[in-house]
Design a protein around this ligand. Structure first.
Ligand SMILES: Cc1cc2nc3c(=O)[nH]c(=O)nc-3n(C[C@H](O)[C@H](O)[C@H](O)COP(=O)(O)O)c2cc1C
Length: 435
């Protein structure tokens, strides 16, 4: 063997990349876990590339902080990495940017091993931490922090930024001042597992980044905007999220891209100020007739643009962008076996991805004898915090000529609600006269 022959790898060195800690910046070390086989996250997300649970150690001259931990099943792997980087008695600080179990699974055991650490969470995080630790909570020193609060590690300073609802109420970001490094937890993260870790080294994760935004951040756009307002003025050399690649190449591009995703709007050709979408399903055409008459009535006003869609048996996901931008939503369904039709439930359940609070909602449909479906759709709309100003319109079997006129009136009233005009109602003289 010549002297320059490759060294025989030791068992340690043979461990796959990132079964070891990895330095991401000067005295900042990644000690997270890779989960390449994961195909479904939080029940709701597809994770074709698996994910990572990112945790970091920051070493200062007078203290060592651990930022977030990992999902419970990766606890041992996490401790193996942590112990390579720092002995427990040197750790002074535990920062929990977000208390969701995928970042706090190792926290109870971590605190048993390092009970002396000082924990920093947001005020809302405190409630979740209490629920996580139960009786053990009282044993630990916990401080709540808000935007502008700092913790000194000697020659390193952690500054906190409260960023609620991205995507849990408790979320915060932590900024390592001396290195312009922002720990964002779920914000600007994504489910993408690649042991090369850095955004300039891993495969193409753009799809995962947008998919994560669409399903995790999009329902909270208002809050994400506030969070971006808070972090944008910072000098940022690196963004270290809780999932997916560490963003060291062009980190600000990712913030800009979030802005683009938040403000994305479809092109509109009309000058109408408000939009109403009418969706329906219909087995025998009765609800379809109602939908057409409602559309006709609503479309009489110039200030509301009305669109009609038959969604029977179809995939509803293409409508989500449209619904997000619409001001109002009317949904028609017959009652079939005491329920609304499945496609209507699909549509309603897919609305969790967008903000529906305050949008106008209305339900209508034909029925034969019990007619529960309309009330169910209304209840769901109310559950989504939509404004439901008109009682749902139900018609027994196929509508008569008069009933079709009722549908047009219903449409006219929906348009008036949307445009902020006075809502005219026909006065029921027989009711007034007590007949
Ligand atoms: C399979 C089936 C089940 C039904 N179940 C109910 C029911 O539980 N309650 C009810 O009020 N009407 C029920 N109906 C009656 C329909 O709601 C009624 O025919 C309605 O007019 C259909 O509207 P469409 O033409 O828009 O589909 C049922 C109809 C079918 C075909």
């Amino acid at each position: 063997m010549t002297s320059d022959a490759p060294a025989i790898p030791t068992a340690d060195a043979a461990r796959p990349l990132l079964q070891r800690p990895k330095e991401v910046a000067d005295r900042v070390t990644w000690i997270g876990a890779l989960d390449p086989a994961l195909r479904n996250f939080d029940i709701i997300l597809k994770t074709a590339n698996g994910t990572t649970y990112n945790s970091y150690v920051v070493r200062g001259s007078a203290g060592v902080a651990v930022i977030d931990t990992v999902k419970q099943e990766f606890t041992e792997e996490f401790f193996a990495k942590l112990e390579e980087v720092v002995p427990y008695d040197e750790i002074t600080t535990l920062v929990l940017n977000h208390l969701e179990p995928d970042h706090t699974g190792a926290v109870p055991e971590f605190l048993r091993r390092a009970p002396h650490v000082h924990i920093y969470v947001s005020p809302r995080g405190l409630q979740v931490l209490r629920a996580l630790l139960k009786d053990e909570f009282e044993r630990y020193e916990v401080t709540t922090v808000e935007t502008g609060d700092t913790v000194s590690l000697g020659d390193r300073t952690l500054r906190f930024l409260t960023t609620p609802y991205v995507h849990w109420p408790d979320t915060q970001c932590t900024y390592l001042e001396e290195q312009n490094l922002l720990f964002t937890c779920d914000l600007l993260g994504c489910h993408y597992c690649d042991a090369r870790l850095f955004n300039d080294k891993v495969g193409d994760f753009r799809f995962s980044f947008e998919y994560y935004f669409d399903h995790i951040m999009r329902p909270f756009k208002r809050y994400v905007t506030e969070a971006l307002d808070l972090i944008e003025p910072l000098e940022i050399d690196m963004i270290a999220p809780g999932h997916g690649p560490v963003l060291r190449a062009h980190p600000r591009e990712y913030i800009t891209h979030y802005r683009r995703l938040i403000t994305k709007r479809l092109a509109s050709e009309t000058g109408a100020e408000k939009t109403l979408l009418v969706f329906y399903v219909s087995a025998y055409g009765a609800t379809a007739q109602m939908a057409e008459a409602i559309t006709e009535g609503a479309a009489e006003s110039d200030d509301v643009r009305v669109s009609l869609f038959d969604i029977q048996g179809g995939d509803v996901t293409p409508f989500i962008d449209l619904i997000e931008e619409a001001d109002g939503l009317a949904i028609g369904t017959p009652t079939i076996n005491g329920d609304a039709v499945r496609t209507v439930w699909d549509l309603l359940s897919s609305l969790v991805d967008i903000e529906t609070k305050g949008k106008l909602g209305a339900a209508f449909g034909s029925y034969g004898w019990t007619g529960e479906a309309v009330g169910m759709v209304e209840a769901r709309m109310q559950g989504l915090k939509m404004r439901v100003p008109e009682q749902g319109l139900r018609i027994k079997m196929h509508p008569t000529g008069d009933e079709l006129e009722d549908c047009r009136d219903f449409g006219r009233r929906l348009a008036a609600h949307l445009a902020g005009r006075p809502v005219e109602r026909e006065i029921d003289m027989s009711a007034l006269l007590g007949r």
